[in-house]
Design a protein around this ligand. Structure first.
Ligand SMILES: [Zn+2]
Length: 175
């Protein structure tokens, strides 16, 4: 465990035992990032170049079938992850509950710039009901062709809730 992460975890009340118990791993933060999409609120979402290219190809392929894929979240720094957890703690949520929906700082796939949270306009955002959308049905069949896989199915080892919206680029062919 890196010293900076150990300090942050302590600050947030996250036990180091969680690391092994939840089969977590520490991810390096993305290096080069490119802009891929601007959200309705003006936020610019970024991914590493390989994931950005794959995302744009996948989005275009879905669009040809009448499916609109949009990004609800992409690259996120561990500092930002800390802020998100602090906000929930401040709202009175217990850390154990928070860790079912947010990774401890350092352990989110979003740090790598390869993970995207996907939604369909007008549909649920970061909710299990995303599973019922046409976007999910399309992804379940075709995301793999573009190198994206579902990271957190039901019963995942990391102890997160089922996240049908969270897909990570792991490359094509070699993984
Ligand atoms: Zn996610």
């Amino acid at each position: 465990m890196r010293d900076d992460l150990r300090d942050t975890w302590q600050l947030l009340g996250i036990s180091e035992a969680v690391f092994a118990a939840k089969a977590l791993q520490v991810y390096e933060e993305a290096g080069e990032l490119v802009d891929v999409e601007t959200g309705d609120d003006g936020r610019v979402w970024q991914l590493v170049p390989a994931a950005a290219n794959a995302w744009l190809r996948m989005q275009a392929a879905a669009a040809r079938k009448g499916i609109t894929l949009r990004i609800a979240s992409a690259y996120r720094s561990s500092a930002r992850q800390t802020e998100l957890i602090q906000r929930k703690l401040a709202a009175g949520e217990p850390i154990d509950n928070i860790l079912q929906v947010l990774a401890p700082p350092g352990c989110s796939e979003h740090h790598t710039g390869r993970a995207v949270d996907i939604y369909q306009p007008g549909g649920p955002v970061a909710e299990a009901a995303f599973e019922e959308t046409g976007a999910f049905a399309w992804l379940a069949t075709h995301a793999g062709e573009h190198g994206f896989t579902l990271s957190f199915p039901r019963g995942n080892a990391q102890g997160y809730v089922y996240e049908p919206w969270h897909w990570c680029y792991r490359g094509t062919g070699d993984v």
